[in-house]
Design a protein around this ligand. Sequence first.
Ligand code: MSP
Length: 653
Amino acid sequence: MPSDPREDKTFYITTPIYYVTAKPHIGTGYTTIMADTLARYQGLRGRRVLFATGVDEHAQKNVRAAEEAGRPIMEFLDGFAAEYSTAWRSLHIEHDRFIRTTEPAHRRAVAHVFDRLLQTGDIYRSEYQGWYCLPDETYLRESDLVDGNCPDCGRPVQEVSQPAYFFRSSHYAEAVLEHIRKNPEFIQPEGRRNEVVAFIESGLRDMCISRAGGGFGVSVPGDEDQVVYVWFDALINYLTVAGYPELDDELWPPDAQLMGKDILPRFHATLWPAMLMALGLSLPRRLLAHGWWVSDKGDKISKSRGNVVYLREEASRLAEVSGCSQEVAVDAVRYFLLREVQFGLDGSFSTHALLGRFNADLANDLGNILNRSLPLVQRYLDGVVPEPGEGAGAFSESVADVRGRVEAALERADFRGALETVWELLAAGNKFIDEKEPWTLHKQGRQAELGAVLYDTLDLIRIVATMLSPVMPAASEQVWRQLGLAGREDLLTWDNCRAGLLPPGTMTAKGEPIFPRVDLSALEAKAEAKAAPSAKETPKEGPKVATVSYEQFSQLDLRVGKIIDVESVPEADRLYKLTVDVGEEEPRTLVAGLAEAFGARELLDASVVVVANLEPAKIRGVQSNGMVLAAGDKVPLALVTFDRDVEPGTKVR
Ligand code: MSP
């Protein structure tokens, strides 16, 4: 393990604390699942982890929502706090600390910070003239407004004129910029860092941090009429969790603070570091800001926009259509969120994309290696993990290489990169089985070689299950059980992601497939039937397409093609680059949108129908010379193939 001087120190990781006016949804779930994944990963590495999340309760909009619901504020908040905590558990999120800003310890911490900064002169009293966005709980200048509305959420703002306290953010602008420049890992990813620098360089002004007229929140010490501004209050939660004012130096500063890009520039990357500098405390090691989940129309997903996605509901739907367990479905949703989008960029969510990825990555790649190797161990070795023997160790190098790259990716919160890297092992494992043909080894009585091949494959599955456990804890546990390792959680450590540690003699456990494939064509047919319920009664009309003459049809050069190689196309999840033999001197390159529905191995060696005289086109930078025919309109459902062997290049009529 690399010798990090902080390795034995606690790993302290936080999420934003959420407003309770919306129920936990894809956006807040995304942040919290990422934090959980990093927390679990550090736990696997043997670090003592403190993972904190919670709720931001002193918001004016919470008070308004409680009034609208006709409920006493604390009763209203209690219900939501419980709902959040439970919702996170149901998504396999294991937070160590759930903080509520109404907790006495937190209220004391806020009063303490305020008092201290009044004494240092970093907080002063003056007059506030400006605007307030209630949904975002943000003070704004006239010049910030866009068409008179909030620049961030576009909603109307209220005019405010009141005596108030200010925090001297302007005083710290240079120091914060300097810190950002000297510590490139402080704000990640890089694009977000540039945005923050531009924000600070455009001029930081002192920030209004109180509200006149009393009300719900922490009172300004010595001035009962003023209540501390909810953002100033909320940021202090990260200190409260670490024991402020008696900060635990095992915990401080946080190792990673996760958040959406919306609350990075104004709050986490400027106000927050400035507050810490004023308090003389060190700054968090990394601020990790992710993008938004947007609808397919490109709007941010949020309750106020009415396009909200609830992750538990998505998981239940997936369990229903695939037949996998609820637990596995939750993990598949976690996997999808982390795999689908590059950290920092926006992503659009659709159930269709979730199901496609479930089939391609989990049912196919991961499911296949399990469903191919375990039955062979049952059949040939009575289910017992063999001795590795001399020939074993095929994956030693690739595992070490993958492990290093996964570590580096997770350091940058590059979940997608980390998962893609783990998938290289699955591809290698599946290819290994294809090439070694354990069934042939068995037939030929080459027992030692058979043992080595199956040992290496099972050992690889163990390593993959360990690497995936921070993202898919329940599914990995099921894999662990099928390997016969139930009760051997001592082996589940990051350090054990090395080849050759699966104990020979372990009795594997036969089980149901963990990731049963979703029958997308049946689903599509069902959806179509639902869309046209009267289709049975009315005679079916043919689709309205123009007829073509035989002459026109015969201009098509349709030929038998044999797929001899399948590669993925970078940044294009639906596409494969195929190398197809169509009976010519050289095989052709074709780009085909088949990756959603087919694993690479399903396509390899398939005989297909190729439209050979389709005008060549450049797709994602790759020249495509023809097209492969498949059934299905928008989504490929089945390949058009042949019922017996035919030579590549044979004409199709
Ligand atoms: N209470 C403040 C945070 C205070 S932290 C000291 C707040 N709360 S919030 O409920 O509005 O949550 C904002 C966070 O929720 C975002 O930063 C992000 O982590 C997450 N998301 C909410 N909607 C989102 C999307 N549509 N997509 C991705 N994440 C978003 O701001």
